[in-house]
Design a protein around this ligand. Structure first.
Ligand code: NAD
Ligand code: MG
Length: 390
């Protein structure tokens, strides 16, 4: 039996992973499941899968988790240190599906034990790409992409020489406001931004799709994962979300990956890699679909794309600053304390401030520095918002 753990098991990716694993219960031995505030879901899945341990990110919920697991034989634990401890338990395969930079430390711990890391948590590569890849190499651990675009690129590259790649094209649906007049965007509400046209995902990534911060993170994720240069990475709006990514080669060939928008494809690919197995996914009916559209993104509508380019140019800890500032700005948008477009303004101002302060900050890409920088960037967002309000 393969030993597996799922970090962020109660979320959208996590639940899809639990679904796939539960379909073949004799093949998987579940070690750790982790979640946040949804204690009943976490406990139910831990009982059903016979997990060794269940961890909630919130220490204040430990007693609730213990109560929900009583008599099950599943261990209960809580807090950040418990998450990292759970990640240190020997396994073969781990799904990294916590949302945000909170996924970084458990991911690094997983790599240290040489396990395969199925990476949905793109923030891990955005905040600390070179550090994480070095860690994987040092411990002979495999990282497999779960983001649909990156899984698509990974699949298009099977058997190819990365040096023959000319460009990588990742697609974007354009999010909830693709067809809105730009002048209406400042008034976009949280409810409106939380409705994705094609994918059913967690609220945070759905709003990030509307602002294209998600695609901005994915451009950086592409650069880190596939070791291509920023000018080889293109984004194209593809309203149908059927083509997930394309790889262009020196001879002009473009290899595209197509499929219905169902994350169980990318999760299943990472679970069965290097093999393929049947998945409970609808097959694509091309004739029923009729046509596929591709549109160049308007950078005035999606300024986050430009910020991603600046971040790649700066390198070092800029990715950690960018991601943390985005996470905090998103918190404030969800709390209705800033408007939709203010998210980009605030993130941009924090990146500028970081650029100016660079000489005074230890720039080495270590886990400690990334976590400290993450903390600082969030604090700077709050200061920038206070300043705007004043
Ligand atoms: P989600 O919000 O549905 O779930 C997030 C999970 O993380 C939950 O289990 C939650 O309890 C846990 N969590 C939240 N904050 C935490 C913290 N501070 N510490 C520990 N755990 C915490 O998110 P999701 O949509 O499943 O996305 C998960 C990750 O996968 C993100 O990085 C996202 O960008 C990426 N991703 C998601 C999709 C998708 O279809 N949902 C697609 C591609 C990539
Ligand atoms: Mg994606």
């Amino acid at each position: 039996m393969r030993k597996v753990s799922i970090f962020g098991a109660t979320g959208s990716i996590g639940q899809n992973t639990v679904d796939l694993i539960s379909r073949a219960p004799t093949e998987y031995d579940v070690v750790a499941l982790t979640g946040g505030a949804n204690i009943s879901q976490l406990a139910e899945d831990a009982r059903n899968t016979g997990a060794q341990i269940a961890v909630t990110a919130y220490e204040s919920r430990l007693q609730d988790l213990k109560d929900a697991l009583s008599g099950s034989g599943v261990e209960a634990a809580a807090g950040q240190a418990a998450l990292v401890e759970a990640a240190s338990r020997p396994v073969d395969w781990v799904m990294s599906a916590i949302v945000g930079s909170a996924g970084l430390a458990p991911g690094i711990e997983t790599l240290k034990q040489g396990a395969t890391l199925a990476l949905a948590n793109k923030e891990t590569l955005v905040c600390a790409g070179p550090l994480v890849l070095e860690m994987a190499k040092a411990h002979n651990a495999q990282i497999l992409p779960v983001d649909s675009e990156h899984s698509a690129v990974f699949q298009a590259l099977v058997g190819e020489d990365i040096r023959s790649v000319d460009r990588v094209v990742i697609t974007a649906s354009g999010g909830a406001f693709r067809d809105w007049p730009i002048e209406d965007l400042p008034r976009a509400t949280v409810e409106q931004a939380s409705k994705h046209p094609n994918w059913d995902m967690g609220q945070r990534i759905t709003i990030d799709s509307a602002s294209m911060f998600n695609k901005a993170l994915e451009i950086i994720e592409t650069k880190e994962f596939f070791d291509v240069s920023p000018n080889q990475i293109e984004v194209v709006i593809h309203p149908e979300s059927i083509v997930h990514a394309l790889v262009g080669f020196q001879d002009g060939a473009l290899m595209a990956h197509l499929g219905v928008p169902d994350m169980r494809h990318a999760i299943g690919y990472a679970l069965n890699w290097p093999n393929r197995r049947e998945l409970p996914i609808q097959k694509l009916d091309l004739a029923a679909l009729g046509q596929l559209r591709f549109i160049a993104p308007d950078e005035a509508r999606y300024p986050a794309l430009r910020l991603a380019r600046e971040v790649m140019e700066s390198g070092g800890l800029s990715g950690a600053v960018f991601n943390a500032a985005k996470e905090r700005a998103l918190d404030l948008f969800i709390q209705r304390r800033i408007g939709f477009l203010e998210m980009t303004d605030v993130v941009s101002s924090v990146l500028d401030r970081f650029d100016g302060a660079k000489g005074h900050i230890d720039a080495a890409l270590t886990l400690d520095n990334v976590l400290q920088t993450d903390h600082l960037a969030r604090h700077w967002v709050d200061e920038a918002v206070l300043k705007r309000a004043g």
